[in-house]
Design a protein around this ligand. Structure first.
Ligand code: MLT
Length: 404
């Protein structure tokens, strides 16, 4: 008789954003007349930029011709895209990352969930608290954690690094030394950014302790303060201790198109074993590549027109973030984030729990956000608003919230 992976039974409830979607759908069914503004999941709302659409159309036409048709993509992704990434995302910033160290995929969510597969089950992971739930849940599924601790509202066997107002939502080094450290800056959910010195500190810490950093840079396009690092490879020594995850979802609006990539430097080794080879083996075995037409669309992100149009798109969302930040601050809320990230992190008013505020916001203002406690115990009493709505809806949402 077959058995199941019992680690799945450790996971409480459903995935945070599925849970919220169900709650909102149930509310909308009961109140069909209510116009709901969704600032919960970080899903983009603006159409794809013209340069991307042109590239997609061209690639679709190529697929309709025997001479220009493309079947399976190369394991690591098409060279035209990997070269554009290496040049624009790394070399232009003075980072040493070669095209053959880049693995193209269908998104950073999958990569951030899958990357743990090449690591031993005995690794102890450290995560920020609050944290993007995928890092923890996928390690739970793999059996790298203990049981869910209802009292502490987190998992045994995981090192949680509190990110609070006191440390400006950037974690301190934990007392117990982890084997694998997940970091995401600019941060989801708090919107906090790490300075170059802070990131360099983590790289030095990882190299000194033989730890691996999994660095999620999905939101780097939202950095507005010039001195902040966009990539962990801007830090000395990162090539021997860090993997970086990138997404086209937030910088180019690809949430529904699907494209991302992972950098595994060839210098990154565990003893004599290269992590690049392990990830290449995994990629080659389990993945057939992002579609050709999508990779051509990704290439257009780096064209002069694509860059200009996407800078405008990012600015559009940053204007929303500013509207949320300023509107709520003026109304007396304690707010942070939103300057180098598309998320605003706010303290719930009074002593309301995150979920109480979620319910109040939905019923009184018709606005959906994400309860901070959904990202971890230290997120309790906080709430995340996304800047990815339309500008009109963002204005309306803030008007409604401030009138509550
Ligand atoms: C979020 O809202 O946290 C993100 O959109 C989720 C994701 O990128 O998977």
């Amino acid at each position: 008789m077959f058995t199941i992976n019992e680690n799945y039974l450790k996971l409480p409830g459903s995935y945070l954003f599925s849970n919220i979607a169900k709650k909102v759908a149930a509310y909308q069914e009961q109140h069909p007349e209510k116009e709901i503004i969704r600032l919960g999941i970080g899903d983009v709302t603006q159409p794809l930029a013209p340069a991307i659409i042109t590239a997609l159309h061209k690639a679709v036409d190529e697929m309709g011709n025997a001479e220009t048709f493309h079947g399976y993509a190369p394991d690591l992704g098409y060279e035209f895209l990997r070269k554009a990434i290496a040049e624009n995302d790394f070399k232009a910033r003075g980072c040493q990352v070669e095209a053959d160290e880049i693995f193209v995929s269908d998104g950073a969510k999958c990569d951030s969930g899958n990357i743990q597969e090449i690591l031993g089950l005995d690794n102890k992971i450290a995560v920020c608290d609050p944290v993007y739930p995928v890092y923890v849940d996928t390690n739970v599924m793999a059996g790298r954690t203990g049981a869910y601790n209802k009292e502490r509202e987190n998992f045994d066997g995981v090192i949680y690094m509190p990110c609070t107002a006191e440390n400006q939502f950037v974690p301190e080094f934990p007392e117990e030394v982890p084997d694998v450290i997940y970091l995401c800056f600019p941060n989801n959910p708090t919107g906090a950014a790490a300075t170059k010195e802070q990131l360099q500190g983590w790289v030095d810490y990882a190299n000194k302790n033989g730890a691996l950093i999994i660095f999620d840079a999905a939101y780097e396009a939202y950095i507005t303060q010039k001195e902040l690092p966009h990539s962990i490879y801007e830090c000395d020594g990162a090539r021997t201790c860090a993997i970086e995850l990138r997404s086209f979802s937030k910088n180019a609006g690809f949430t529904g198109v699907r494209l991302g990539y992972t950098v595994v430097p060839k210098d990154l080794k565990c003893g004599e074993v290269s992590l690049h080879s392990l990830w290449a083996r995994r990629h080659g075995t389990k993945y057939n590549g992002a579609p050709y037409i999508v990779q051509r669309a990704g290439e257009a992100v780096y064209s002069p027109e694509g860059k200009a149009q996407l800078a405008e798109q990012v600015n559009y969302y940053l204007k929303n973030a500013h509207t949320i930040l300023e509107g709520l601050a003026n109304a007396g809320y304690t707010v942070s984030g939103g300057v180098n990230a598309p998320y605003v992190w706010l303290k719930t008013p009074g002593n309301m729990s995150s979920w109480e505020f979620f319910d109040t916001l939905l019923s009184e203002a018709g606005v959906v956000g994400t309860p901070g406690s959904g990202f971890g115990a230290c997120g309790e009493g906080y709430f995340r608003l996304s800047a990815f709505g339309s500008y009109e809806n963002t204005i309306k949402a803030i008007e409604r919230i401030t009138k509550m």
